[in-house]
Design a protein around this ligand. Structure first.
Ligand SMILES: NC(=O)c1ccc[n+]([C@@H]2O[C@H](COP(=O)([O-])OP(=O)(O)OC[C@H]3O[C@@H](n4cnc5c(N)ncnc54)[C@H](OP(=O)(O)O)[C@@H]3O)[C@@H](O)[C@H]2O)c1
Length: 255
């Protein structure tokens, strides 16, 4: 049996940082790296070696995710890590973001993440770790980032409940809630909207967030937050009514 790690969104940002961290773990025989752009995945194999197995796939297409099951069977895989990092958000009002793009955010950030977990769980045993990338945006509703923040609230709540269900199998689920990170996410999020998200307060780099998340997952924590700012935001969002939290957000964004 082969011990494997699967990282979605592996070609960029925090997903790529997780791949680098997993390369240092001796118990992992192969790291399956998933994203849409095959060339970028292939260039990672050239850079990091053939421990990486590229699997180009669009995770907003459930049929493609289901087909992974037979690949896992043929490989006789034991999955020790599943890191669901692929995701995107669009900045702007409800009327600036088209129907297709709004729904695609839900398809990838929610349906793709759930489907990946359900496909992988039959191949996981005691001690396996699922790491789901949620966001600081999961702590409250965010006007002008409305669909995205709602998808991340789903990811956080779903991950917590799944973690409880999987206790009897000794498998843990950690919801990672990063604040702004300096990655390609920011550029993909930009639109032509005039009223939009434009202030990326307390921006950090993805390497430190990934390292903390992996440490937290190994400790069996159900949530991972990096930086005092994010921890403080989480606490305040628990204490204040959502309408006040939204006012603070709008003021911060000059909206
Ligand atoms: N950056 C931030 O400020 C921030 C803050 C909080 C949370 N997050 C979350 O962190 C996660 C990773 O974001 P990041 O900042 O690392 O962004 P990123 O640098 O843009 O990376 C996104 C990764 O996902 C892949 N991807 C995108 N759409 C896909 C699809 N339909 N199917 C398969 N793969 C897809 C991309 O590759 P391809 O384009 O080749 O598919 C890329 O590898 C996301 O879930 C995001 O919501 C980000």
């Amino acid at each position: 049996m082969k011990d494997i790690a699967i990282v979605t969104g592996a070609s960029s940002g925090i997903g790529r940082e997780f791949v680098k961290l997993l390369l240092g773990r001796k118990e992992v025989d192969e790291i399956w790296i998933i994203a849409r752009n095959a060339d970028r995945l292939q260039s990672m194999v050239a850079e990091f070696g053939d421990k990486l197995k590229p699997i180009p796939m669009d995770l907003s297409d459930i049929e493609q995710i289901k087909s992974l099951s037979s690949t896992l069977k043929i490989a006789d895989a034991n999955i020790s890590f599943l890191i669901n990092s692929a995701g995107f958000g669009k900045f702007g009002s409800y009327s600036d973001i088209g129907i297709d793009e709004s729904v695609n955010m839900i398809d990838l950030n929610i349906s793709g993440l759930v489907a990946m977990g359900l496909v992988c769980l039959p191949f996981m045993t005691r001690g396996a770790r699922i790491i789901n990338i949620a966001s600081q945006a999961s702590f409250q509703p965010l006007p002008y980032l409305n669909v995205y923040s709602a998808t991340k609230a789903f990811v956080r709540n779903y991950s917590h409940a799944l973690n409880v269900e999987l206790k009897e199998r000794r498998i843990t689920v950690t919801a990672v809630c990063p604040g702004w990170m300096d990655t390609a996410f920011i550029d993909r999020g930009k639109t032509d909207a005039t009223k939009t998200v434009s202030r990326f307060v307390n921006m950090t780099t993805p390497d430190v967030v990934a390292a903390k998340a992996l440490r937290d997952a190994m400790r069996g924590k159900d949530i991972s937050t990096y930086s005092l700012y994010v921890k403080f935001n989480r606490l305040v969002a628990k204490l204040l009514p959502q309408r006040i939290m939204m006012k603070i957000w709008l003021r911060q964004q000059n909206l």
